[in-house]
Write a protein that binds this ligand. Structure first.
Ligand code: SP5
Ligand code: ZN
Length: 342
């Protein structure tokens, strides 16, 4: 299968995140993508191609124009204030406060457009995210042109980003942007299978009231795991989307025996939906050695994951999401792709 990739992801490089009461180097770092790319080449998975540029229009199909304008211009405003540290939010419109967009203050607006402090904006963040979205769109274009599958080696990841919210290392929802492009170009039903360890709150929220995208996610139970405030099993969709959202939260410490059973449940639901396209939000932070996660998948389990996905028999776009055990991230991600190819 072909891999879409651009080095421009390196222009997003946050310095630190708050974890366990300490500022630690960002887990979501450029080396992640380099390791995956190296493994793609080492295993001769297929060609590695630069993304095409489909412009801002397909991104605006998912994200609000106000959010995109804010995000695109935020760094320049910060720099103009003479600052060069990462731009990070610290106040949010939580309960008792007003959901209001203050006109003048950069940090107030950043709080309005984010849900956590885990998505630092650096000088190149907008450009890297724009390119990451183009990588996903290029992967879709490849499938549209008849390929059975493609790998969008996206970085930064996207599944926590909602229509007008950044957070959880995510700014633009690459998978959702690719889904909407596919729908706009003739697809009628798309299934998103989100196998990242964390619930894909952004993708769920974007498609929650729609029947043309079935969202299925297997993840750490939000009762104990980030993003805590979405991803429960009783979230089944709303309005026309009722019945088209499937959350399969799992306990801390879940091994493949548990994970594989949940994957079968998700795949049965996807089969019944009979989608034109499957978009896999491919996070490999389910790995036993992941530094911020609590599942126990082993490297060989990712081959089985790929086989299960292939058994759906649908055109499939893989969109890279999380995974922070940097040394093994390439092995695990490419194992899914090799398992898929059989
Ligand atoms: C795309 C993606 O995988 N985003 C994940 C963002 C997770 N950010 C919050 C991490 C909280 C980790 N807490 C665990 C403490 C480990 N000692
Ligand atoms: Zn994750």
């Amino acid at each position: 299968m072909q891999t879409f990739y651009t080095d421009d992801h390196r222009l997003h490089h946050g310095r630190c995140e708050l974890i366990d009461g300490q500022l630690k180097p960002c887990f979501e770092m450029p080396q992640r993508a380099y390791h995956i790319l190296d493994r793609v080449k080492e295993r001769k998975l297929g060609e590695v191609l630069e993304p095409a540029d489909f412009g801002r229009a397909p991104i605006e199909r998912i994200h609000t124009k106000a959010y995109l304008d804010f995000f695109e211009g935020a760094w320049a405003r910060w720099e103009k204030q003479g600052k060069d540290g990462d731009l990070m939010p610290f106040t949010w419109p939580a309960r008792t406060l007003r959901e209001i967009l203050p006109q003048d203050n950069l940090h107030a607006q950043l709080g309005y457009y984010s849900f956590d402090g885990g998505a630092p904006i650096t000088a190149g963040t907008w450009h890297a995210c724009y390119c990451s979205a183009q990588v996903a769109l290029s992967g879709w274009d490849e499938v549209r042109n008849g390929a059975r599958t493609a790998f969008a080696l996206c970085r930064p990841p996207g599944h926590h980003a909602a229509a007008d919210l950044m957070g959880g290392y995510c700014f633009l929802n690459n998978a959702a942007i690719a889904c909407q492009a596919a729908l706009d170009q003739g697809a009628e039903r798309i299934a998103v299978l989100d196998v990242d360890y964390h619930h894909g709150n952004g993708t769920q929220s974007i498609f929650y009231d729609r029947a043309d995208v079935l969202f299925c996610s297997i993840h750490g139970d939000p009762n104990f795991e980030f993003p805590y405030f979405l991803g429960y099993a009783d979230e089944t969709g709303a309005g026309a989307g009722e019945g088209f959202n499937l959350n399969l939260p799992l306990a801390s410490g879940s091994p493949w025996a548990v994970y594989g059973a949940a994957l079968e449940t998700a795949c049965k639901r996807i089969s019944a939906y009979s989608p034109d396209l499957v978009v896999v939000s491919l996070g490999v932070d389910t790995f036993e050695q992941d530094p911020i996660s609590q599942f126990k998948l082993k490297s060989e389990d990712y081959l089985r994951m790929g086989e299960h996905i292939a058994a759906l028999g649908c055109p499939t776009l893989f969109v890279m999401e999380g995974g922070y055990a940097v040394a093994e991230i390439g092995i695990n991600a490419v194992n899914v792709l090799e398992g898929f190819e059989g």
